[in-house]
Design a protein around this ligand. Structure first.
Ligand SMILES: Nc1ncnc2c1ncn2[C@@H]1O[C@H](COP(=O)(O)OP(=O)(O)OP(=O)(O)O)[C@@H](O)[C@H]1O
Ligand SMILES: [Mg+2]
Length: 375
């Protein structure tokens, strides 16, 4: 903005104010009119984008709470703090600190008004609260069912052995569901704890895929789904943590099998791709593609790409961005899952500095592509 910059021969204190990351205003109030701005640092000028010096404070900040806080600070000669919200394309949460500066003088009084953007902290707080509410809700559902059956077993089903057997079966299933939920939650929190530490080992993804395919054979047999593995020219060695990558492949292949109709085929493709933006390379015609996680690409990074393509009912466009949210499940798909699988996948792939792409065409199927930096 056009206000005179603070020159290098200004007093150090003033240069420091200028460089503070938080917006800071010097406000002058006299008996005649409303408070006026006498100075705004760089951050304030960037925020308000108006000529600050000489402007009425109300021209920069329209929040009555802030103006009241100034009045209060003037009246009481005390520091005042107030939280407020600005609405716009993106609402932001602020905290204003008002401090009277020195003694009252003939030409009025001066106050310092500092703003702190608390939007991120607020968002984290809200996410934590949502997460707790969701997790409790997910645990309460099977628990309520268990409690209900205990009651039934004690009363009406007491002398009815066939009913008792059936109820015990449902109870075992619900207990299993609670156990899976807790395992997944613990797994997610462990992954998040070391998400910033890059993995060090090397993992043969072709071998991992084979191991997973072998391990979920009971599920594929039960569903009548065929799995076909198609590998281009290797090597398919990625830098990574083997156990975590098994979890990634397992979740995605399990989803593909679970959300496929009987007798469908699930294709697992392995290719190598060169950077810098492999997640743009789509593989399914007529599908909506969305990157759930963009890899930290550098121009010369090579990726091992695993594509998991199914012939299921597909996922409607509006659900795609939310797939990797915790507990998110597409309505109407009663899978009995916890909705944590893709959240786990995303966090693991993120730890591996990889990428995750989803492409889906309703009625035709879905392809998930995982990009892992090649070793
Ligand atoms: N291949 C797919 N085809 C169609 N829908 C899918 C596919 N993969 C995931 N989904 C949808 O995305 C939702 C989230 O998947 P996610 O793996 O996170 O959870 P889940 O499979 O329900 O439970 P979990 O994996 O924890 O047992 C699923 O509930 C399902 O609605
Ligand atoms: Mg799943």
């Amino acid at each position: 903005m056009s206000e005179a910059p603070i020159l290098s021969d200004s007093p150090p204190a003033q240069r420091i104010l200028e460089l503070l990351p938080d917006p800071l205003l010097l406000v002058r109030a006299d008996a005649a009119g409303g408070p006026e701005i006498a100075y705004g640092n760089q951050a304030a000028r960037a925020l308000f984008r108006i000529e600050l010096v000489g402007a009425p404070l109300g021209a920069a900040l329209r929040q009555p709470q802030v103006l009241e806080a100034i009045e209060e600070a003037l009246a009481t000669e005390q520091a005042v703090e107030v939280a407020f919200e600005t609405i716009g394309v993106q609402p932001r949460f602020w905290r204003a600190f008002v401090r009277p500066l020195g003694e009252a003088r003939d030409d009025g009084r001066e106050l310092v008004l500092m703003l702190r953007d608390e939007t991120d902290a607020k968002r984290t707080e809200r996410m934590r609260a949502d997460f707790l509410a969701n997790a409790s809700h997910e645990l309460r559902t099977p628990l309520a069912s268990l409690a209900g059956f205990v009651e039934t077993l004690r009363t009406s089903a007491r002398e009815d052995p066939p009913a008792r057997e059936r109820f015990l079966g449902i109870m075992a299933e619900q207990a299993g569901r609670m156990a899976r939920l807790i395992d997944d939650l613990l797994s997610l929190s462990r992954i998040e704890l070391n998400e910033h530490i890059a993995p060090e080992g090397t993992v043969d993804i072709a071998q991992t895929v084979q191991d997973v395919v072998d391990s979920i054979r009971p599920l594929t047999v039960e569903r009548g789904v065929t799995i076909v593995v198609e590998a281009a020219a290797g090597p398919f060695t990625a830098t990574g943590d083997r156990d975590q990558l098994v979890q990634v492949v397992q979740n995605l292949v399990e989803n593909a099998v679970k959300y496929s109709p009987a007798t469908a085929t699930v294709r697992l493709g392995l290719v190598r791709a060169e950077g810098p933006d492999p997640a743009r390379a789509t593989s399914r015609e007529g599908a909506v593609a969305l990157s759930l996680l963009s890899p930290d690409a550098t121009a010369d990074q090579t990726y091992v790409v695993l594509r998991i393509a199914d012939q299921g009912r597909g996922i409607a466009r509006q659900h795609l961005p939310r797939l990797s949210e915790r507990f998110y499940r597409v309505e109407g798909q009663k899978s009995g899952g916890t909705g944590l699988g893709l959240a786990i996948v995303k966090h693991i792939v993120n730890r591996h500095r990889g990428g995750l792409l989803v492409e889906s065409a309703e009625g035709q199927g879905t392809t998930f592509s995982v990009y892992l930096p090649a070793a």
